[in-house]
Design a protein around this ligand. Sequence first.
Ligand code: SF4
Ligand code: SF4
Length: 335
Amino acid sequence: MSQTISIDALKQLVSEWIAQGKRAIGPTRIKDDLVLYAPLADAGALTLDGFVHPANSIKEFLFPRTEPIYTYQFKGQAIELGDSVPNAVEQIIVGARPCDAASVAILDHVFNWDFADAFYNARRQATTIVALGCATYDDQCFCTSVGLGPVAEKGADALLIPMDGGFEVRCMTPKGKALFAGKTQSSDKTAPTPAGPDAKFDLAEIRARLSGNYEDPAWREIVLRCLGCGACAYTCPTCHCFDIVDEGTAMGGARIKNWDSCQFGQFTMHASGHNPRATQGQRQRQRIQHKFRIYPEKFNEILCTGCGNCTRNCPVGLGVLNTLEQLRAFMVLEG
Ligand code: SF4
Ligand code: SF4
């Protein structure tokens, strides 16, 4: 037995959320070759098939590209501070790929391990995530190499798995159950389990290489074509670095949190002018080391969900999978 919902009934439900003043977010076709996660003006904009992965990730709806954390104003010799209140309207992300939903479970740890980020947590508490299982995948997908898969439930409140005429609905959390209560039908059919991509690498082998070869000469070769543009990090669901800057006038302004990327040349620039990661090879090493060795040592999980966005969005076709494959090629060459 399973619970199911038709495509029409799902879109009707999305219309109800919007009519209730909730923010519905989902994959939307912007143009023929571009699908993005975006707020839905109406349920008709929700795109549920015909694409592999949106070009962005869902992190921007929990951790915006830019946001003020407080304002300040000079009043004579005094400074008046003003709190910025997070804009936490109730929102439902529907149609999130399982690799994106899984990234939220990772971000929960990052934004709460030593300091509870009030901005992230306010949005997180106001968010329900309905994942959409993947009927297809492309050459850049490698979820099955990092412990996930096309119907992984990690981070999702509910999961829709495509089947004839609609979806099987699996609700994992009270939020997911509340969202679909009375909206599904019992069925004696279950959705077929999609195969997902073949495993692309051996995690233990990669981690052993990263642990024992910090000054690996492979980095100089692998990253020769990297432009340092940061598109990989900005479209990655798990990259979470930010910078804090003051923007304003002599009379006042705001302290702003902006996305940042370890691929930018000035990311680690010291005030002295010294840059401990002066080359693009060192910066790529940092990204891979962080995702596959440093972060797992601290949090016991990989900082990558295998979504493939870093490769699809890279102007020179690099990205994590390609980098790991080249690292593996070096290992084979070296015997
Ligand atoms: S790997 Fe690609 S996307 Fe990332 S910084 Fe280099 S050129 Fe840009
Ligand atoms: S590193 Fe690449 S494959 Fe891994 S989660 Fe980020 S964008 Fe996706």
